[in-house]
Design a protein. Sequence first.
Length: 312
Amino acid sequence: MDLVDPLSRYAGSICSGLRCVFCWANGVSAASKSLKNLVAFGDSYTDKVNVGDGGIPWPLYVESYSNRTVSVYDFARSGGTCSNKITPRPFPPVMETQIPTYTANVTTKSGNTQIIGPNGTYVPLASKDTLYSIWIGRTFDRPSAGISIVNTTSCVFDWMKALYDQGARNFLLQNMVPLHLAPMYAADGYPTKFWSAPHNQTEWSILMAELVRSGNELWALRTKYIAPSLFPGARIGLFDSYGLFLDIYNNPAKYLVGPTYNVKDVVNACKFPYDNGTLVCNTQPNPRGTHISGGTNCILLSRQIASSHVIS
């Protein structure tokens, strides 16, 4: 099993709004020689159907900047958790909905895996040139009784096993972003429709920071020391979304078009006052709540492409 260091190289990027220009170097042209299919799972960060605030999710950039030489099969669904058995929510989870949907779209003919393509017919889905990705964790809140961050992070490896048993061998795990900096969880944040009950915002922010860091460390340790024996022959990439987003937040001039850099405000800021319970909304230039903008998704893809590739 090979590990990926996603921050080992740099692909320059200039992003403004929903447009992005890349200095590809060995980017898409190199990746497209080996990567033909991306099968994505996760929540609203990856869902290309129910897109938050009309943004462009990163899988669509994969299609666009590979000149559609990479086929994207996106099973991620907004609001989903890894498993509703761990974190019950009224949205399609990875294990109970997204994996079964993928399985229903896949068949084996003459020993070769095929998947239903955009035109409704089966097309090849060879293991050697297919990457399976998951980006999950933003909705790990409010788990069932007796559930901890250990359970919620372990679920990702249940996802990996379910696909491994169906022949998948190339995986990309994208870790959690620094949610404690997002408007909903920041120390100077405010109540929203997603959590309107009174709470200590500083304590909330510290707790979120510790949960995310702990979860990311558990993923890193399990990927390095446990996964090799569980998935012989697999290649697993661990992408440091946390480090990338933290750098964007602290050094926006490296990534965004100036002259000013707004990394704190949101597209739809809806505050929920404690006194009257009526949402007060206004429009701002960047993503809402905990969502990320199309420009940030563009940066995300550039760094993934610039990384050491999972598939060679």
